[in-house]
Write a protein that binds this ligand. Structure first.
Ligand code: PBG
Ligand code: ZN
Length: 322
């Protein structure tokens, strides 16, 4: 029998035996970019997060980098939507323009982009939709074109979030065929159909106009297919795999960590952020303490990298003292 309290007696002792510590180099802030200039739009369900036009977003990124930010995940809101998601793979698309500007100003900053059609189509689905069904295989060339155009603009990492089957293979092949040998693929391999994406759909204006995403995103009742999805994406050419959402899915993060040897990314999604913000605004919880607890738990479960809307704020805190 042991006196377990011995190793908890004061801060120095607790730090001495600490197993998990957040590493700010492994946190990623998502950014929403819109067309135009001098625009900063609030997102009601995500206090503290804004949609910026390119000019203001550059300033925001400069601030973020000064705080120690190393990487960002970019989402675009196009001016026009159509059934073939043309804005998603246009040379002059909102994200493509942003990538070029960011790379020009901050060449070492890691640019990760979301690859999906939902924000660029009127129907708001993640693949090509014929009014009744999502056409998996017709969606693949468009996703590949989108990834290719982001890579061409200078993205370091493309991150497909659409959940069509075989899209990693399609994207990897398109990158190889066009000599983009430096672009990494982070697959949203294990993405559950989740109510936690609600605030994001306000932010990115990407709510499906009919139906839901349950025929392509995973069922939260299941864990076995998580491993199959992730393994297949690695075979298809993914460099890293993601679990999304994070907090209600720590068992999945842990399962993947123990079964795979690629970096595991967890996405601390919009609804997880919104719940913390709402309770903090009411002073029902201590925001800093809750955020550090949540993110440390995600890391403890086995995530190497965390995408979180809290990132920029965390960078302004002293997280070494807790
Ligand atoms: C697009 C996409 C979504 C998120 C990331 N990429 C929304 C969705 O699938 O409905 C969610 C991110 C978040 O909630 O923070 N497919
Ligand atoms: Zn989508």
């Amino acid at each position: 029998m042991s006196r377990y309290r011995l190793l908890r007696k004061n801060k120095a002792m607790r730090y001495l035996v600490e197993e998990t510590r957040l590493n700010v180099n492994q946190l990623i802030q998502p950014f929403f970019v819109i067309e135009g200039s001098k625009k900063k739009e609030t997102i009601v369900s995500m206090p503290g997060i804004y949609r910026f036009s390119g000019d203001l977003l550059l300033k925001e990124i400069e601030k973020y980098i000064k705080l120690g930010g190393k990487a960002g995940l970019f989402f675009g809101l196009p001016n026009k939507k159509d059934d073939l998601a043309r804005g998603a793979y246009s040379e002059t698309g909102v994200v493509q323009k942003m990538i070029r500007q960011v790379k020009k100003n901050f060449p070492k900053f890691l640019i990760m982009t979301d690859i999906c059609l939902c924000a660029y189509t009127k129907h708001g689905h993640c693949g090509i939709f014929d009014g009744e069904k999502i056409d998996n295989d017709k969606s693949l060339p468009l996703l590949a074109k989108m990834a290719l155009s982001h890579a061409g603009a200078g993205a370091d990492i493309v991150a497909p979030s659409d959940m069509m089957d075989f899209r990693i293979a399609a994207i990897r092949k398109a990158l190889e065929d066009n000599h983009f040998k430096d672009t990494a693929i982070l697959s949203y391999a294990v993405k559950y159909a989740s109510a936690y994406y609600g605030p994001f759909r306000e932010a990115a204006d990407s709510k499906p106009s009919s139906g839901d995403r349950k025929t392509y995103q995973m069922d939260y009742a299941n864990s076995r297919e998580a491993l199959k999805e992730a393994k297949q994406d690695i075979v298809e050419g993914a460099d890293m795999v993601m679990v999304k959402p994070a907090l209600a899915y720590l068992d999945i993060v842990s399962l993947l960590r123990h079964s795979l040897s690629v970096p595991i990314v967890a996405y601390n999604v919009s609804g997880e952020y919104a719940m913390v913000k709402a309770a903090a605004q009411k002073k029902w919880i201590n925001e800093r303490d809750i955020v550090l607890e949540n993110l440390t738990a995600i890391k403890r479960a086995g995530a190497d990298i965390i995408i979180s809307y809290h990132t920029q704020e965390i960078l302004s805190w002293t997280i070494n003292d807790r």
